[in-house]
Design a protein around this ligand. Structure first.
Ligand code: CTP
Ligand code: CA
Length: 225
């Protein structure tokens, strides 16, 4: 009954969603990661599917069950996510980058477990590719390119930082997470986000379930297509 009542307003659209954290290995037992659970991205994938889209979910490691009817592409590192996304740009109408990609990775991935006392206890890091920024750059010269939607996780100055990312990454829409709010954000079921679009529209959503936030984001996306 619920499926029948959901408008099929994304019918036939090819939507790619990135979700979850990335894992950046240091040695066979240790890694660099973050607190992302993947819930927001999975909620977006599920909502888009329910509204009739063909959904590809490029997901970092996590323990939530992928939504039914969605093509799951599991990845581990930022480099793997980068490759998986880039391969699919041409087949995608809308890209929603909800993943919490690690900005850095250890400079070396040691094949054997690092022994206590074997190093000077400092960790050398190198930058990962910024997948969304790279897509935004490509969009500047492309004749036809997917709609680009980003997220921003901010603990301070969230509106200013979100606006800066929207512009500098050449996005169509950004969903800003105020991770300072205790009841919303990482690894919980609710989220409080502010949506900014390329035309300057600002929509501050109240605290909502991630499912409801997903539908609101999709509504905004539809208005921009
Ligand atoms: N993102 C990405 N690749 C990266 C880092 C981020 O695609 N290597 C995407 C995220 O999926 C998100 C957006 O960029 O949609 C913003 O991520 P965020 O971490 O908030 O911003 P950064 O640009 O990484 O800046 P900072 O972490 O310094 O705030
Ligand atoms: Ca970042």
């Amino acid at each position: 009954v619920i499926a029948a009542l959901t408008p099929q307003d994304l019918q036939g659209r090819n939507i790619l969603v990135t979700a979850g954290p990335t894992w950046e290995p240091l040695d066979p037992v240790r890694l660099l990661t973050n607190r992302s659970s993947g819930k927001m991205g999975y909620a977006l994938a599920a909502a888009a599917r329910r509204r009739g889209a063909n959904v590809t979910l490029v997901s970092g490691p996590g323990s939530i069950r992928p939504p039914a009817g969605v093509e799951l592409i599991p990845v581990v590192t930022a480099n793997e996510m980068h490759q998986a996304v880039c391969q699919r740009v041409d087949a995608t109408d809308i890209m929603i980058m909800a993943a919490a990609v690690s900005d850095y990775r250890p400079a070396r991935h040691e094949p054997h477990k690092i022994k206590k006392g074997a190093t000077d206890a400092s960790l050398a890091l190198v930058s990962n590719p910024d997948i969304l920024r790279e897509l935004g750059e490509r969009k500047k010269t492309a004749t036809c390119f997917p709609l680009l939607v980003g997220f921003a996780a901010e603990s301070e100055n969230h509106l200013e930082e979100g606006q800066r990312k929207l512009t500098s990454k050449n996005l169509d829409l950004i969903a800003i997470n105020d991770i300072g709010a205790e009841d919303a954000g990482f690894a919980v079921d609710n989220n409080r986000v502010t949506l900014l679009d390329r035309n300057g529209a600002v929509e501050e959503l109240p605290l909502l379930s991630k499912e409801e936030v997903a539908h609101r984001i999709l509504n905004n996306i539809l208005r921009l297509t």
